[in-house]
Design a protein around this ligand. Structure first.
Ligand code: GUN
Length: 295
């Protein structure tokens, strides 16, 4: 069984991005800039946001993390986004989700200039993705990272049956639409399963490529996987584990131990899809800079 090592690929990507940032600087005297907004104190979101800012600095990009209290008004958040939209030092804007309940997430998504929407959540970017104009949009980072992994590991996807479990706007919907496109790392027949699907194992057992983005620890078990399938695990779930120092442990949506006896290739958690998401965010920010500077 092949382990698809997202940690290693993300390090290779960061090195490539660092070189690209240096050449941007040499050509224009400027560097790509990313603004990350976080509203409230969700500990997991705080970790993600700090990692994003840290990785930006490592590869020579400019980054700013804007931390707002949980009771921030929607108006204030929208004003902040408007300022970043017209800030020439900022090429990418990301508002960390989930947002507090009193803020309308869709209104926030619409407020970000599509040309700086490095999350790829704006309908203009998602619409272009669905229509196959991938060179003229931002692809959301997690699905984009999965495509990169499939490509770098030369996974044969053409004509294969890809089953995506999960229909979120962040992962499931863009992922399924990408796998449908006619690209070297896609070109699949696609099935999407979700919480109302009857008999999910009936579908997952037909998958040559199984992408699990459900948000439930170890949901996909060995009996749900076709022998030889490629299994991509998007889940990050914290479960109790008294044998560890912290008393908890991160696991994916796939039961790694069981499924590894049937799959031909798998992404681990941690160290699979997760590190790729940040790398692709920086790649999107670089692309944004290059587009805005005519490079
Ligand atoms: N929350 C979980 N994943 C993401 C992501 O990729 N982008 C944003 N903005 N929020 C998230």
């Amino acid at each position: 069984m092949l382990i698809i090592d997202g940690k290693k690929v993300s390090l290779d990507l960061k090195n490539e991005l660092q070189t690209s940032v240096e050449s941007c600087k040499a050509l224009t005297g400027k560097v790509p800039g990313l603004a990350v907004i976080i509203v409230g104190q969700d500990p997991a979101s705080q970790v993600y946001v700090r990692n994003k800012a840290k990785t930006c600095k490592e590869i020579g990009m400019f980054s700013t993390a804007i931390e707002m209290p949980a009771d921030t008004t929607q108006e204030h958040l929208l004003d902040t986004i408007a300022k970043l939209n017209s800030d020439p030092l900022i090429h990418g804007i990301l508002v960390q989700q989930p947002l507090p309940k009193h803020i309308d997430e869709f209104a926030v998504t619409l407020a970000i200039d599509p040309a700086k929407d490095v999350d790829g959540f704006h309908p203009e970017n998602l619409g272009r993705l669905v229509m196959g104009h991938l060179d003229k949009c931002f692809v959301s980072c997690t699905p984009y990272g999965i495509l990169e992994l499939l490509g770098r590991y030369n996974i044969d996807t053409k004509g294969k049956h890809c089953v995506v479990v999960g229909r979120s706007n962040i992962v499931g919907k863009p992922m399924a639409n990408l796998m449908l496109q006619k690209l070297p790392t896609t070109n699949c027949t696609v099935t999407i399963c979700h919480s109302a699907t009857k008999d999910i194992p009936f579908y997952t057992r037909q998958a040559d490529i199984l992408i699990a983005a459900i948000g439930q620890a170890k949901f996909i078990t060995a009996d749900m996987v076709k022998p030889g399938a490629v299994v991509i695990d998007v889940g990050i779930n914290r479960i109790d584990d008294p044998s560890t120092k912290s008393g908890t442990r991160l696991v994916g949506d796939v039961d790694f131990e069981g499924v590894s006896t049937v799959a031909s290739a798998m992404t681990p958690v941690p160290g699979g899809v997760g590190p790729m998401t940040i790398a692709m965010l920086l790649k999107n920010t670089l692309h944004s800079f290059q587009r805005q500077n005519g490079l």
